[in-house]
Design a protein around this ligand. Structure first.
Ligand SMILES: *Cc1c(COP(=O)(O)O)cnc(C)c1O
Length: 396
Protein backbone atom coordinates (compact mmCIF):
# COMPACT_ATOMS: atom_id res chain seq x y z
CA UNK A 1 0.00 0.00 0.00
CA UNK A 2 2.97 2.30 -0.47
CA UNK A 3 2.85 5.42 -2.59
CA UNK A 4 5.94 5.01 -4.75
CA UNK A 5 6.09 8.58 -6.08
CA UNK A 6 6.79 11.58 -3.91
CA UNK A 7 5.51 15.07 -4.68
CA UNK A 8 9.04 16.05 -5.60
CA UNK A 9 8.83 13.94 -8.77
CA UNK A 10 7.86 15.45 -12.09
CA UNK A 11 4.39 15.22 -13.54
CA UNK A 12 4.99 12.22 -15.85
CA UNK A 13 6.42 10.15 -13.00
CA UNK A 14 3.52 11.11 -10.76
CA UNK A 15 1.06 10.20 -13.54
CA UNK A 16 2.37 6.63 -13.54
CA UNK A 17 3.03 6.04 -9.84
CA UNK A 18 1.35 8.54 -7.50
CA UNK A 19 -1.45 7.25 -5.31
CA UNK A 20 -0.81 3.57 -6.01
CA UNK A 21 -2.21 1.27 -3.33
CA UNK A 22 -1.16 -2.36 -3.72
CA UNK A 23 -3.17 -5.23 -2.28
CA UNK A 24 -1.57 -8.23 -0.53
CA UNK A 25 -0.99 -9.73 -4.01
CA UNK A 26 1.45 -7.06 -5.12
CA UNK A 27 -0.18 -6.51 -8.51
CA UNK A 28 1.67 -4.25 -10.99
CA UNK A 29 -1.36 -2.66 -12.63
CA UNK A 30 -3.74 -0.87 -10.28
CA UNK A 31 -6.48 -3.17 -9.00
CA UNK A 32 -10.08 -2.36 -9.76
CA UNK A 33 -11.94 -2.66 -6.46
CA UNK A 34 -15.35 -3.04 -8.05
CA UNK A 35 -17.14 -3.25 -4.72
CA UNK A 36 -19.82 -1.13 -3.10
CA UNK A 37 -19.15 -2.36 0.42
CA UNK A 38 -16.42 -3.65 2.74
CA UNK A 39 -16.37 -6.49 5.31
CA UNK A 40 -15.55 -5.98 8.99
CA UNK A 41 -13.97 -8.79 11.05
CA UNK A 42 -16.13 -8.09 14.06
CA UNK A 43 -19.11 -6.00 15.11
CA UNK A 44 -16.71 -3.89 17.16
CA UNK A 45 -14.57 -3.26 14.07
CA UNK A 46 -17.66 -2.12 12.17
CA UNK A 47 -18.58 0.24 14.98
CA UNK A 48 -15.04 1.63 15.15
CA UNK A 49 -14.91 2.27 11.43
CA UNK A 50 -18.20 4.15 11.40
CA UNK A 51 -17.16 6.14 14.46
CA UNK A 52 -13.74 7.25 13.38
CA UNK A 53 -12.83 6.03 9.90
CA UNK A 54 -9.67 7.43 8.33
CA UNK A 55 -9.11 7.83 4.59
CA UNK A 56 -8.08 4.13 4.25
CA UNK A 57 -10.96 2.82 6.37
CA UNK A 58 -13.48 2.22 3.63
CA UNK A 59 -17.12 1.60 4.49
CA UNK A 60 -19.15 2.25 1.33
CA UNK A 61 -18.18 3.25 -2.21
CA UNK A 62 -20.24 6.44 -2.15
CA UNK A 63 -17.98 7.54 0.73
CA UNK A 64 -14.74 6.18 -0.69
CA UNK A 65 -13.17 3.23 -2.50
CA UNK A 66 -9.51 2.20 -2.90
CA UNK A 67 -9.51 2.56 -6.72
CA UNK A 68 -11.18 5.96 -6.49
CA UNK A 69 -8.70 7.01 -3.77
CA UNK A 70 -5.80 6.02 -6.07
CA UNK A 71 -7.22 8.24 -8.80
CA UNK A 72 -7.82 11.14 -6.38
CA UNK A 73 -4.29 11.01 -5.00
CA UNK A 74 -2.77 10.71 -8.47
CA UNK A 75 -4.58 13.70 -9.97
CA UNK A 76 -3.93 15.79 -6.83
CA UNK A 77 -0.21 15.00 -7.14
CA UNK A 78 -0.18 16.04 -10.82
CA UNK A 79 -2.21 19.20 -10.23
CA UNK A 80 -0.13 20.10 -7.18
CA UNK A 81 -3.07 20.38 -4.78
CA UNK A 82 -3.15 18.74 -1.36
CA UNK A 83 -6.20 16.62 -2.12
CA UNK A 84 -8.96 15.79 -4.58
CA UNK A 85 -12.47 14.32 -4.65
CA UNK A 86 -13.58 12.32 -7.69
CA UNK A 87 -17.13 12.72 -8.97
CA UNK A 88 -19.57 10.96 -11.27
CA UNK A 89 -19.19 13.56 -14.03
CA UNK A 90 -17.69 16.96 -14.67
CA UNK A 91 -21.02 18.55 -13.84
CA UNK A 92 -21.21 16.70 -10.50
CA UNK A 93 -17.83 18.30 -9.77
CA UNK A 94 -18.95 21.83 -10.72
CA UNK A 95 -22.22 21.43 -8.83
CA UNK A 96 -20.47 19.91 -5.81
CA UNK A 97 -17.79 22.59 -5.71
CA UNK A 98 -20.38 25.39 -5.82
CA UNK A 99 -23.13 23.92 -3.62
CA UNK A 100 -20.67 22.89 -0.93
CA UNK A 101 -19.26 26.42 -0.68
CA UNK A 102 -22.46 28.46 -0.89
CA UNK A 103 -25.57 29.18 1.12
CA UNK A 104 -28.63 31.41 0.68
CA UNK A 105 -27.72 35.09 0.71
CA UNK A 106 -24.21 34.58 -0.68
CA UNK A 107 -23.00 36.32 -3.81
CA UNK A 108 -21.17 34.73 -6.76
CA UNK A 109 -19.43 36.39 -9.69
CA UNK A 110 -18.98 34.26 -12.80
CA UNK A 111 -17.61 34.80 -16.28
CA UNK A 112 -20.27 34.57 -19.01
CA UNK A 113 -18.35 32.31 -21.42
CA UNK A 114 -19.42 29.04 -19.80
CA UNK A 115 -20.30 25.48 -20.66
CA UNK A 116 -24.13 25.33 -20.94
CA UNK A 117 -24.65 23.12 -17.89
CA UNK A 118 -22.41 25.39 -15.77
CA UNK A 119 -24.65 28.28 -16.77
CA UNK A 120 -27.70 26.25 -15.66
CA UNK A 121 -26.15 25.70 -12.21
CA UNK A 122 -25.37 29.40 -11.84
CA UNK A 123 -28.48 30.95 -13.35
CA UNK A 124 -31.11 28.39 -12.33
CA UNK A 125 -30.00 26.20 -9.44
CA UNK A 126 -28.05 28.67 -7.32
CA UNK A 127 -30.58 31.49 -7.83
CA UNK A 128 -33.41 29.13 -6.82
CA UNK A 129 -31.63 28.59 -3.51
CA UNK A 130 -31.22 32.30 -2.84
CA UNK A 131 -27.68 32.81 -4.07
CA UNK A 132 -27.18 36.07 -5.93
CA UNK A 133 -25.24 35.53 -9.16
CA UNK A 134 -23.60 38.29 -11.22
CA UNK A 135 -22.47 37.24 -14.71
CA UNK A 136 -19.83 39.36 -16.38
CA UNK A 137 -17.43 39.41 -19.31
CA UNK A 138 -14.60 37.51 -17.60
CA UNK A 139 -11.92 38.92 -19.89
CA UNK A 140 -12.66 42.44 -18.60
CA UNK A 141 -10.79 43.03 -15.32
CA UNK A 142 -12.78 46.22 -14.65
CA UNK A 143 -15.96 44.13 -14.80
CA UNK A 144 -14.51 41.86 -12.08
CA UNK A 145 -13.49 44.93 -10.06
CA UNK A 146 -16.99 46.36 -10.08
CA UNK A 147 -18.84 43.04 -9.61
CA UNK A 148 -16.81 41.68 -6.66
CA UNK A 149 -18.19 42.79 -3.28
CA UNK A 150 -17.39 42.16 0.39
CA UNK A 151 -20.13 39.48 0.47
CA UNK A 152 -18.87 37.70 -2.69
CA UNK A 153 -18.11 34.13 -1.66
CA UNK A 154 -17.06 32.57 -4.98
CA UNK A 155 -15.51 33.75 -8.24
CA UNK A 156 -16.11 31.14 -10.94
CA UNK A 157 -14.78 30.90 -14.50
CA UNK A 158 -13.49 28.61 -17.20
CA UNK A 159 -9.78 29.35 -17.57
CA UNK A 160 -10.12 28.86 -21.33
CA UNK A 161 -13.64 29.05 -22.66
CA UNK A 162 -15.66 26.73 -24.84
CA UNK A 163 -15.86 27.07 -27.82
CA UNK A 164 -14.17 30.39 -28.62
CA UNK A 165 -10.98 29.80 -26.57
CA UNK A 166 -11.17 33.03 -24.62
CA UNK A 167 -8.69 33.17 -21.77
CA UNK A 168 -9.20 34.58 -18.33
CA UNK A 169 -6.26 36.08 -16.47
CA UNK A 170 -6.19 33.70 -13.50
CA UNK A 171 -3.61 35.68 -11.53
CA UNK A 172 -5.36 39.03 -11.92
CA UNK A 173 -8.85 37.69 -11.15
CA UNK A 174 -7.57 35.63 -8.19
CA UNK A 175 -5.91 38.74 -6.71
CA UNK A 176 -9.11 40.75 -7.06
CA UNK A 177 -11.28 37.93 -5.66
CA UNK A 178 -8.96 37.23 -2.75
CA UNK A 179 -8.98 40.93 -1.83
CA UNK A 180 -12.70 40.56 -0.95
CA UNK A 181 -12.18 37.14 0.65
CA UNK A 182 -13.81 35.12 -2.16
CA UNK A 183 -12.83 31.57 -3.10
CA UNK A 184 -11.63 31.18 -6.71
CA UNK A 185 -13.15 28.13 -8.41
CA UNK A 186 -11.97 27.38 -11.94
CA UNK A 187 -13.21 24.94 -14.57
CA UNK A 188 -9.89 23.98 -16.14
CA UNK A 189 -10.95 21.43 -18.78
CA UNK A 190 -9.58 23.23 -21.85
CA UNK A 191 -6.22 24.00 -20.19
CA UNK A 192 -5.84 20.28 -19.22
CA UNK A 193 -3.85 19.14 -16.15
CA UNK A 194 -0.80 18.96 -18.46
CA UNK A 195 -0.68 22.72 -19.05
CA UNK A 196 -2.44 23.83 -15.88
CA UNK A 197 -0.76 26.42 -13.72
CA UNK A 198 -4.03 27.32 -12.02
CA UNK A 199 -2.82 26.60 -8.48
CA UNK A 200 0.38 28.67 -8.90
CA UNK A 201 -1.64 31.51 -10.39
CA UNK A 202 -3.98 31.68 -7.41
CA UNK A 203 -6.96 29.38 -8.03
CA UNK A 204 -8.24 27.79 -4.82
CA UNK A 205 -10.42 25.05 -6.25
CA UNK A 206 -9.72 23.44 -9.64
CA UNK A 207 -12.41 21.40 -11.35
CA UNK A 208 -12.07 19.00 -14.27
CA UNK A 209 -14.44 16.97 -16.35
CA UNK A 210 -12.29 13.83 -16.51
CA UNK A 211 -14.54 12.71 -19.37
CA UNK A 212 -12.28 14.77 -21.62
CA UNK A 213 -8.45 14.57 -21.71
CA UNK A 214 -8.07 12.42 -18.58
CA UNK A 215 -10.04 9.49 -19.99
CA UNK A 216 -8.90 10.64 -23.41
CA UNK A 217 -10.53 7.76 -25.24
CA UNK A 218 -14.20 8.69 -24.95
CA UNK A 219 -15.28 5.87 -22.63
CA UNK A 220 -16.43 7.08 -19.23
CA UNK A 221 -17.95 10.13 -17.59
CA UNK A 222 -16.13 11.53 -14.60
CA UNK A 223 -15.08 14.66 -12.78
CA UNK A 224 -12.75 15.76 -10.05
CA UNK A 225 -12.43 18.65 -7.60
CA UNK A 226 -8.88 19.54 -6.52
CA UNK A 227 -8.08 21.73 -3.52
CA UNK A 228 -6.74 21.83 0.01
CA UNK A 229 -7.33 18.84 2.29
CA UNK A 230 -9.34 21.14 4.55
CA UNK A 231 -11.69 22.12 1.71
CA UNK A 232 -11.88 18.70 0.04
CA UNK A 233 -12.46 16.58 3.15
CA UNK A 234 -14.44 19.04 5.32
CA UNK A 235 -16.49 20.92 2.71
CA UNK A 236 -16.71 19.13 -0.67
CA UNK A 237 -16.67 15.48 0.48
CA UNK A 238 -19.58 15.70 2.97
CA UNK A 239 -21.78 17.34 0.31
CA UNK A 240 -20.83 14.90 -2.45
CA UNK A 241 -20.82 11.65 -0.51
CA UNK A 242 -24.26 12.36 0.98
CA UNK A 243 -25.85 13.60 -2.25
CA UNK A 244 -24.60 10.81 -4.50
CA UNK A 245 -22.05 12.53 -6.70
CA UNK A 246 -19.18 10.06 -6.17
CA UNK A 247 -17.23 8.47 -9.03
CA UNK A 248 -17.75 4.76 -9.71
CA UNK A 249 -14.70 2.53 -9.05
CA UNK A 250 -14.85 1.26 -12.63
CA UNK A 251 -14.67 4.79 -14.02
CA UNK A 252 -11.91 5.67 -11.54
CA UNK A 253 -9.86 2.74 -12.84
CA UNK A 254 -10.31 3.95 -16.44
CA UNK A 255 -9.29 7.49 -15.41
CA UNK A 256 -6.32 6.21 -13.40
CA UNK A 257 -4.98 4.34 -16.42
CA UNK A 258 -5.81 7.36 -18.62
CA UNK A 259 -3.60 9.56 -16.45
CA UNK A 260 -0.59 7.32 -17.14
CA UNK A 261 -0.40 8.55 -20.75
CA UNK A 262 -2.37 11.81 -20.56
CA UNK A 263 0.76 13.90 -20.81
CA UNK A 264 1.97 12.10 -23.96
CA UNK A 265 -1.45 12.33 -25.58
CA UNK A 266 -2.01 15.99 -24.71
CA UNK A 267 1.43 16.99 -26.00
CA UNK A 268 0.87 15.13 -29.29
CA UNK A 269 -2.65 16.53 -29.68
CA UNK A 270 -1.37 20.04 -28.95
CA UNK A 271 1.40 19.64 -31.53
CA UNK A 272 -1.31 18.77 -34.08
CA UNK A 273 -3.65 21.60 -33.02
CA UNK A 274 -0.84 24.14 -33.25
CA UNK A 275 0.13 22.90 -36.70
CA UNK A 276 -3.44 22.89 -38.04
CA UNK A 277 -4.15 26.36 -36.58
CA UNK A 278 -1.06 27.78 -38.30
CA UNK A 279 -1.91 26.06 -41.59
CA UNK A 280 -5.49 27.38 -41.55
CA UNK A 281 -4.66 30.91 -40.40
CA UNK A 282 -5.49 33.22 -43.31
CA UNK A 283 -7.19 30.47 -45.40
CA UNK A 284 -9.48 32.07 -48.01
CA UNK A 285 -12.57 30.09 -46.89
CA UNK A 286 -12.23 31.11 -43.24
CA UNK A 287 -13.27 34.40 -41.65
CA UNK A 288 -11.24 33.69 -38.48
CA UNK A 289 -9.10 31.03 -36.82
CA UNK A 290 -9.02 30.92 -33.02
CA UNK A 291 -6.05 29.37 -31.25
CA UNK A 292 -4.43 30.86 -28.14
CA UNK A 293 -0.87 30.62 -29.41
CA UNK A 294 -1.61 32.22 -32.81
CA UNK A 295 -0.25 35.77 -32.92
CA UNK A 296 -3.69 37.05 -33.99
CA UNK A 297 -5.51 35.70 -30.89
CA UNK A 298 -6.95 38.70 -29.01
CA UNK A 299 -5.25 37.53 -25.80
CA UNK A 300 -2.04 36.22 -27.30
CA UNK A 301 0.21 37.77 -24.62
CA UNK A 302 -1.89 36.35 -21.79
CA UNK A 303 -1.93 32.96 -23.54
CA UNK A 304 1.86 32.92 -23.69
CA UNK A 305 2.12 33.92 -20.02
CA UNK A 306 -0.54 31.57 -18.72
CA UNK A 307 -0.11 28.50 -20.91
CA UNK A 308 3.10 26.81 -21.93
CA UNK A 309 1.36 25.60 -25.12
CA UNK A 310 -1.89 26.48 -26.89
CA UNK A 311 -3.75 23.28 -26.04
CA UNK A 312 -5.56 20.61 -28.03
CA UNK A 313 -8.55 22.67 -29.22
CA UNK A 314 -9.02 25.21 -31.98
CA UNK A 315 -11.97 26.89 -33.64
CA UNK A 316 -12.54 28.41 -37.06
CA UNK A 317 -15.35 30.19 -38.83
CA UNK A 318 -16.59 29.40 -42.34
CA UNK A 319 -18.85 32.46 -42.37
CA UNK A 320 -22.22 30.68 -42.64
CA UNK A 321 -24.09 27.62 -41.39
CA UNK A 322 -24.35 26.28 -44.94
CA UNK A 323 -20.61 26.44 -45.50
CA UNK A 324 -19.95 24.93 -42.07
CA UNK A 325 -22.31 22.03 -42.80
CA UNK A 326 -20.80 21.41 -46.26
CA UNK A 327 -17.40 21.30 -44.55
CA UNK A 328 -18.55 18.91 -41.82
CA UNK A 329 -20.29 16.59 -44.26
CA UNK A 330 -17.19 16.41 -46.46
CA UNK A 331 -14.86 15.27 -43.64
CA UNK A 332 -13.65 11.70 -43.99
CA UNK A 333 -11.45 11.11 -40.92
CA UNK A 334 -12.64 13.70 -38.45
CA UNK A 335 -15.95 12.74 -36.89
CA UNK A 336 -18.89 15.01 -36.09
CA UNK A 337 -19.57 14.76 -32.37
CA UNK A 338 -19.50 16.88 -29.24
CA UNK A 339 -16.93 15.34 -26.90
CA UNK A 340 -13.38 16.68 -26.75
CA UNK A 341 -9.94 15.58 -25.65
CA UNK A 342 -10.53 12.21 -27.35
CA UNK A 343 -8.01 10.12 -29.32
CA UNK A 344 -10.37 10.64 -32.27
CA UNK A 345 -10.46 14.10 -33.79
CA UNK A 346 -13.89 15.63 -33.36
CA UNK A 347 -15.54 18.55 -35.16
CA UNK A 348 -18.50 20.30 -33.52
CA UNK A 349 -20.79 23.08 -34.84
CA UNK A 350 -21.52 24.77 -31.46
CA UNK A 351 -24.13 27.21 -32.79
CA UNK A 352 -26.60 24.44 -33.64
CA UNK A 353 -25.55 21.77 -31.11
CA UNK A 354 -23.84 22.40 -27.76
CA UNK A 355 -24.90 26.06 -27.60
CA UNK A 356 -28.16 25.76 -29.58
CA UNK A 357 -30.39 26.85 -26.71
CA UNK A 358 -28.37 29.92 -25.74
CA UNK A 359 -30.32 33.14 -26.57
CA UNK A 360 -29.25 34.77 -29.82
CA UNK A 361 -27.83 37.86 -28.09
CA UNK A 362 -25.66 35.72 -25.80
CA UNK A 363 -24.34 33.70 -28.75
CA UNK A 364 -23.46 36.95 -30.50
CA UNK A 365 -21.72 38.33 -27.39
CA UNK A 366 -19.69 35.14 -27.09
CA UNK A 367 -18.76 35.01 -30.78
CA UNK A 368 -20.68 31.78 -31.33
CA UNK A 369 -21.62 32.29 -34.97
CA UNK A 370 -23.47 29.89 -37.33
CA UNK A 371 -20.28 29.18 -39.29
CA UNK A 372 -18.12 28.34 -36.26
CA UNK A 373 -16.50 24.90 -36.01
CA UNK A 374 -14.78 23.68 -32.86
CA UNK A 375 -12.08 21.12 -33.50
CA UNK A 376 -10.71 18.78 -30.87
CA UNK A 377 -7.48 17.35 -32.24
CA UNK A 378 -6.94 13.63 -31.71
CA UNK A 379 -4.05 11.24 -32.07
CA UNK A 380 -4.28 10.56 -35.81
CA UNK A 381 -1.38 11.50 -38.08
CA UNK A 382 -1.38 15.31 -38.39
CA UNK A 383 -0.68 15.14 -42.16
CA UNK A 384 -3.84 13.06 -42.65
CA UNK A 385 -5.90 15.41 -40.50
CA UNK A 386 -4.70 18.51 -42.28
CA UNK A 387 -5.36 16.92 -45.68
CA UNK A 388 -8.88 15.96 -44.51
CA UNK A 389 -9.58 19.54 -43.38
CA UNK A 390 -8.16 21.20 -46.51
CA UNK A 391 -10.10 18.86 -48.79
CA UNK A 392 -13.33 19.47 -46.84
CA UNK A 393 -12.70 23.23 -47.04
CA UNK A 394 -12.54 22.89 -50.83
CA UNK A 395 -16.08 21.47 -50.68
CA UNK A 396 -17.37 24.17 -48.33
C1 LIG B 1 -17.51 18.64 -20.62
C2 LIG B 1 -17.37 19.83 -19.77
C3 LIG B 1 -18.04 19.92 -18.54
C4 LIG B 1 -18.98 18.86 -18.05
O1 LIG B 1 -18.39 17.62 -17.89
P1 LIG B 1 -19.22 16.24 -17.95
O2 LIG B 1 -18.19 15.23 -17.64
O3 LIG B 1 -19.81 16.15 -19.31
O4 LIG B 1 -20.28 16.35 -16.90
C5 LIG B 1 -17.84 21.06 -17.79
N1 LIG B 1 -17.04 22.07 -18.21
C6 LIG B 1 -16.38 22.01 -19.39
C7 LIG B 1 -15.51 23.13 -19.81
C8 LIG B 1 -16.51 20.89 -20.21
O5 LIG B 1 -15.87 20.83 -21.38
Amino acid sequence: MKDSASRAHKSRTLAVHAGTRRSQYGEVSEAMFLTQGFVYDTAEAAEARFLDGGREDFIYARYGNPTVAMFEDRIAAIEGTEDAFATASGMAAVNGAMMSLLRAGDHVVAARALFGSCLYILEDVLRRFGVEVTIIDGTDLDAWRSALRPDTKVAFFETMSNPTLELIDIRAVADLAHAVGATVVVDNVFATPTYSRALDLGADVIVYSTTKHIDGQGRCLGGVICGTTEYIRKVAEPYLKHTGGSMSPFNAWVMLKGLEHMDLRVHAQTETADRIARALDGHAKLTRVLYPHLAGHPQHDLALRQMERGGTMLAFDLGSKEAAYRFLNALEIIIISNNLGDAKSIATPPYTTTHQRLPEAQKAALGITPGLIRLSCGLEDPDDLLADILRALDHA
